[in-house]
Structures are given as C-alpha cells and as structure tokens.
Design a protein around this ligand. Structure first.
Ligand SMILES: Nc1nc2c(ncn2[C@@H]2O[C@H](COP(=O)(O)OP(=O)(O)OP(=O)(O)O)[C@@H](O)[C@H]2O)c(=O)[nH]1
Length: 404
C-alpha cells in the first residue's frame, strides 16, 4: 500500500473516529469541563478531517469551498477547544478572545484562499492556523496559575502537578507543526510551487498522526492529574461545609505555626461550638441541622481574612487559625461572626443560631496545634459553663503576655 496523501488522510480519519468514540468511553461520566473540552478537541478534529476527506474523495456532494470552510472551521475549532481545556487545567492564559474568534476568521479566510481539492490550510488560512498552533504551544508553556479553575478550592494549598512532560511534548509538537504549516502556507502566498510541495502536505498529515497520539496521551495524563487532585481534595475537605476536615486542618496548621515562629508573628486559634445544637436537630430535623452547619461554615469563611484558616474539627465544632493575630484578633472575629449570623440566620434558616468560643495564643512551648486546641477547648468549656453565646480567653491569659 502506497503512503500517498489519500491513504494517509483515510488512516488519520479512521484513528480520529475511533478515538472520538473511545475517549469518552475510557474517561467515563461525569467528567470535568476541561475533560469535555478535550473530548471536543478530538470530535472537532474528526469532523474537520472528515470534511476534507469527503472533499477529496467525493468533490461533488459538498464542493471544494464548502468542504474547505467546514474543514477549517472544525480543525481551528478543535484547537480552540484544546486551548480551553488547557485553561481549565493550568489556569488563565493570554489570548482567549483571539482563540474564540479564530475558527470563524480562518474558515472565512479559507474561502478567500480558493484552494484545490488536496490543498488545505494554504494561503492566509494556513498562516492563521500556524499562528493558532503557536498560541497553543505558548499556552502549554505559560506558567500554571496558583489555583486553576478546575482545581480551585478555598483554603486548600496548591497541589504540585507532575505536568512538565506532557506540557513540553504538546508545546514542542505544536511548534513543529506550526513551522511546517507556516512554510507551506507562505510558499502558497508567495506563489511558489516547488516540487516538494506535495511532500509538505504529506508531512502535515503525518505530523497530524503524531500530534494526535501526543495530544491524546497529554489529555489522559492531564486528566489523571486532575482526578488525583480531586480525590486528594475530597480526602481533605468536609463534604457538608466545604471547610478543611480535622486532619487537613491539623496539617495546614503546622505550616502556619512554622511560619509564625519563623517571622516572630503572633498566632491565635479560636474554637467555635454551636449552642444547643441537639435542640436544633430535634426541632428542625437532621436536614435542618445540616443546613445550619453549612450556613455557619459559610459565615465563618465570610468573616475570615486572607491567610486565615478554618476547619470543621467535630460535629458542631469548628476551629479557626488567625494569622498575624494577637489577642485582639479573636475578639474582632467573634464580633464579626455574631453580626454576620444575626444578619442571615433568620432569613435563611427561619431560626436563630448562637455559638460559644474559646481562644488560645501560640506559646513557645507548644509542640503542635493540638496544644493550642487543648487550651482553646478549656476556654470554650468556660464559655459554655458561664452561660454560652460568648468568647472566653484561654486559662491564665493576661493582656501583658508576649506572643511566642
Ligand atoms: N445535623 C447534624 N447534626 C450533627 C452533625 N454532627 C453532630 N451533630 C449533632 O450535634 C449535636 C451535638 O450535641 P451536644 O454535644 O449535646 O451539644 P449541644 O446540644 O450543642 O449542647 P452545647 O454544646 O452544650 O450547647 C448532637 O445531637 C449530634 O447528633 C451533623 O453533621 N449534622
């Protein structure tokens, strides 16, 4: 079998159509938006190359111009879809509007180029496609945003991703492809038709085979990274409130403690416990209790400052670590939280919520956050004992004390 343009094109189409069916089956449902964009990339590539294959094999039904237009719309659209997947996986990258406009602009340009049946992406549309590929290569190398949209989680630390290899492969691949397409398109623009022009066309189709392989591998590796991150986040997050669970709160507190010690800054821990929560459950059902917990957690998050850390450490028990905060911090936070609760509980729950709190300052002898928690718990116990609905200081604290 001779590897002529037509055979290479047919093989590419067969691979694309197989992948268009297999990828969603392999990835299962539901998948993230990024994964759907990546599947859209393969589907649009399939449609684009199908239009070109039909144009070459049976010119009559769709005609050269229409085939070229649909082919360019879909192929350029597929690159835009892949760019959107990268944006979700890696965070914001430059050129969003240009990427969105590219398919329509390039498809229109392909009409102006007026190409023959086996000439695709030559002239202006070819130059545009090469630029779009370079933009994709740039998107691969652009630094990752601290918290990409697909991986976002409040109060969760950025997760280290092993994504350098697939980003490099994809970036280099698109650079090479852009180079070949650029040469071919430029030759056409300049009116040169060298004898190796057909070879360039074959190189582009062969390159598309390789790029298909590279991009599918990259998609699968990126998707695995996203899934791992999601699982890791689930293991660290309390499902009802979205706050860090006890284990994650403990781990992140250690970092905060280390930072506070290194910079000689004060650090406070506040322990919060809803009052008479058993009664809330009894009167409004477990579902009402869950809504109350979720609302309370939301209010806690709303009154925190950047850098503070909140966690749900027990059934109706929450902990907050106030960074760079001396004894004035817990009082201010307690007042903000009470005001916030008063403003929204009646309207959102239909009943009032109150809480007791105790706080403790980081001391030089504290070995872990557990030591702070023990003292804040004693203060919380005192708040409960002395009538609830208030904040108490850790036992033995005096305003003259120096932070750790
Ligand atoms: N709805 C709901 N209730 C929970 C959850 N976790 C714990 N609880 C309930 O919280 C209640 C805690 O009751 P207690 O420990 O007696 O505390 P309390 O009624 O708030 O009393 P004080 O703390 O002394 O004011 C229990 O009834 C638990 O069943 C949860 O995830 N959802």
């Amino acid at each position: 079998m001779a590897l002529d343009t037509s055979t290479l094109l047919s093989l590419l189409l067969l691979e694309l159509l197989s992948l268009m069916v297999m990828l969603p089956l392999l990835m299962g449902t539901p998948v993230s938006r990024a994964a759907r964009f990546a599947q859209g990339y393969i589907a649009l590539q399939s449609l684009g190359w199908m239009a070109l294959w039909l144009r070459q094999a049976y010119t009559a039904p769709i005609g050269n111009s229409v085939g070229g237009f649909i082919g360019m719309l879909c192929v350029s659209g597929s690159l835009s879809a892949l760019w959107l997947a990268l944006r979700d996986w890696l965070g914001r990258r430059p050129g969003r509007w240009a990427m969105m406009a590219a398919p329509v602009v390039l498809a229109m340009a392909s009409l102006l180029d007026g190409t023959g049946a086996d000439n695709f992406a030559v002239g202006w549309s070819g130059l545009g496609l090469a630029v779009q590929m370079l933009a994709l290569a740039l998107a691969c190398s652009w630094p990752r945003e601290a918290q990409a949209p697909a991986l976002e989680a409040r109060h969760s630390p950025p997760v280290e991703h092993k994504d350098r290899a697939w980003r490099a492969l994809l970036g280099v691949g698109f650079c090479v492809m852009a180079g070949v397409v650029l040469v071919r398109a430029a030759l056409h623009c300049l009116g040169h038709e060298p004898s190796w022009q057909a070879g360039l066309t074959q190189a582009i189709i062969l390159g598309s085979h390789v790029m298909l392989l590279v991009s599918v591998l990259a998609i699968l590796v990126a998707w695995r990274g996203e899934t791992e991150h999601h699982l890791q986040r689930q293991a660290q997050t309390d499902a009802l409130t979205g706050l860090a669970n006890r284990r994650a709160f403990g781990a992140r507190s250690e970092e905060q403690i280390a930072l506070a010690r290194r910079h000689g800054e004060p650090l406070c821990l506040v322990m919060l416990d809803l009052d008479f929560f058993k009664k809330v459950n009894d009167e409004h059902g477990h579902e009402g209790g869950d809504r109350a917990l979720a609302l309370f957690a939301r209010c806690v998050q709303q009154v925190l400052r950047v850098g503070d850390l909140a966690g749900r450490v027990g059934g109706e028990e929450f902990c907050v670590l106030l960074a760079r905060s001396d004894h004035t911090g817990p009082r201010a936070m307690d007042a903000r939280l009470r005001a916030q609760l008063q403003a929204c509980t009646m309207s959102e729950l239909g009943f009032a919520l109150d809480f007791s709190a105790g706080w403790a300052l980081l001391r030089p002898g504290d070995r872990s956050v557990e030591d702070m928690m023990r003292r804040a718990d004693a203060a919380l116990y005192e708040a409960k004992r002395s009538g609830r609905g208030r904040l108490c200081d850790e036992p033995g604290w005096t305003p003259a004390e120096q932070p750790a």
